[in-house]
Design a protein around this ligand. Structure first.
Ligand SMILES: *[C@@H]1O[C@H](CO)[C@@H](O)[C@H](O)[C@H]1NC(C)=O
Ligand SMILES: *[C@@H]1O[C@H](CO)[C@@H](O)[C@H](O)[C@H]1NC(C)=O
Ligand SMILES: *[C@@H]1O[C@H](CO)[C@@H](O)[C@H](O)[C@H]1NC(C)=O
Ligand SMILES: [Cu+2]
Ligand SMILES: [Zn+2]
Length: 210
């Protein structure tokens, strides 16, 4: 009886762990403005891993355009109501590769004469899971180049002085899952390993009773 229970518990643990690992964690933002249209998709293969960002936009002016995750998914006043750059650490604005940067600092989109862009890159700071998930927040495309905190304008260390907001969208879930994985980040992983430990102990007890 004990052995049966232990086997069932082991299966349940392995099955739920496998489910968590197999699923690609995905999010999408439909981005639009008076001229710009397109989408941005975010893919994270597992909790704690880097996020791959694919940007497919058209209707842009040639040149560099600041591209950020802003705090809010609030479109009540267009892109203006999305708040500032998502910056939970309250640090200075920077480049995506800087150690000191806003979480939302994704740099510039470098658009060619076609006005279209289709690029995929990987960011090591943003995440779709845990307490700092970017889901529900905003994606904003700016009129001008983000100076990455290096300009001499007073806004340089706050916004990169990237000018107006020409397009934006809200980041939403795009995975077929009933429960969002690793919502609590590290704690979920810890809970999984604890339940595996419990099963191992149960198996050990069951075999020593027989
Ligand atoms: C995103 O935009 C591209 C280019 O317009 C389009 O081909 C693609 O179907 C869009 N993706 C989704 C999920 O709508
Ligand atoms: C312009 O960028 C688009 C999208 O990134 C790309 O498909 C196209 O080949 C580029 N065109 C030129 C002329 O570089
Ligand atoms: C600093 O600002 C001035 C005035 O706006 C500008 O002319 C100059 O090129 C800027 N210098 C740098 C290094 O960005
Ligand atoms: Cu911005
Ligand atoms: Zn910033």
């Amino acid at each position: 009886m004990l052995r049966l229970l232990a086997t069932l518990a082991l299966c349940a643990t392995i099955c739920s762990a496998a489910q968590t690992r197999n699923l690609p964690i995905q999010a999408i933002a439909y981005v639009s403005g008076p001229e710009v249209k397109g989408n941005v998709t975010f893919t994270q293969n597992d909790c704690g891993q880097n996020v791959h960002v694919r940007i497919q936009l058209e209707g842009l002016k040639e040149g560099k355009h600041g591209f950020h995750i802003h705090e809010k998914g609030d479109l009540s006043n267009g892109c203006t109501s999305m708040g500032g750059h998502y910056n939970p650490d309250k640090v200075d604005h920077g480049a995506p590769s800087d150690n000191v940067r806003h979480v939302g600092d994704l740099g510039n989109l470098d658009v060619n004469s076609t006005g279209k862009i289709d690029i995929t890159y990987t960011d090591t700071v943003i995440t779709l899971t845990g307490v700092r998930t970017i889901i529900g927040r905003g994606v904003v495309v700016h009129e001008d180049e983000d100076d990455l905190g290096l300009g001499n304008h007073t806004d340089s260390k706050k916004t990169g002085n990237a000018g107006g907001r020409i397009a934006c969208g809200v980041i939403g879930i795009n995975s077929d899952v009933d429960e969002w994985p690793c919502r609590t980040g590290g704690a979920g992983v810890l809970r999984n390993s604890l339940s595996i430990l419990t099963v191992v102990v149960a198996l050990f007890l069951a075999s020593s009773i027989n």
